[in-house]
Design a binder for this molecule. Sequence first.
Ligand code: SAH
Length: 346
Amino acid sequence: MSLADRLRRMIAAQGPIPVSDYMALANAHYYATRDPLGAAGDFTTAPEISQMFGELVGLALADLWDRSGRPEGARYVELGPGRGTLAADALRAMRAAGLEPQVHLVETSLVLRAAQAERVPHARWHDDLHSLPEDGPILAVANEFFDALPVRQLVATDTGWRERLVTLDGDRFVPAAGPPVPGAAIPDPVRAAPPGTLLETSPASLAYARLLAYRVSRQGGGALIVDYGHDRASAGETLQAVRRHGYADPWIEPGEADLTAHVDFEALGRAAAEAGLRVHGPVAQGDWLARLGIDARTEALARAAPQRSDDLRTARDRLVSPGQMGRLFRVMGLSAPAWPAPEGFS
Ligand code: SAH
């Protein structure tokens, strides 16, 4: 039975389900049943565009470790590593900088774990952050991970704010206003918004950010979070389905398209700061890559392989230019209290 049919049965038997449950079940199925990355898949990410992305992530983390006095027992931690491309590129750059951390990959999809094992055979895998080792500094990265975690949708109605649920109209999935939510759950700036206004929050993302921040603050280290999203919390719907490199309807064929929502960096930063971390940025991905030296790296690679120089410059532009990924994608840095600030944020 397809996931859509299972969800139809579930809703028919138990009633409407929260948007966050719908998104969580859809993405769990989606990632468990395919490798979605690359030209033949549904979307392409920065590390799949160019090795330079992962290399610069690796160099930024190695530099942080170096300036903190090269502590023993460092651990590379990646959340949602996809095909393992970023990890492989980052670890190669780290090795060149004298750092060979133990590798811990947080990944729930067995299909993607298998892809990661081809590129990073010596890694250890985790279902979530709880099982990470409790000693050794953590050098963490998450690229396009948080956008895949479920969001709750709250909708303003004439009778106050309500949680949005997914119900059935015949065979079709449709969103509908559900039970009231307490006003205290709604941030001040949007509490008086007109009926129809949507607000998204991601308790799952905040739980991840809190746990990561708690570990980094206790064990030392830092983290880089890269994703599309907004620097300040704001109202509006950003839930979308991505399929075959275009947008699709999130209410059709759950589990067959990638469901994503913009990341609320303000909320992630607040969660990290509450756990005692220092928060850097977010800044535009293009600015961050430029400060870390992507132009020099592009030219060095182009000199070494002149036949690839056009491809390298095209890839650099995709990552950096404001009209492509350079502005929409944001980079936030986190660092343990006794550690230096990561490069690239000012
Ligand atoms: N970082 C990679 C892949 C991004 S796609 C890249 O940049 O190419 C999202 C990744 O997060 C996939 O590896 C997916 O399997 C993983 N993922 C999604 N939800 C997850 C969850 N709840 N727990 C752990 N991993 C998850």
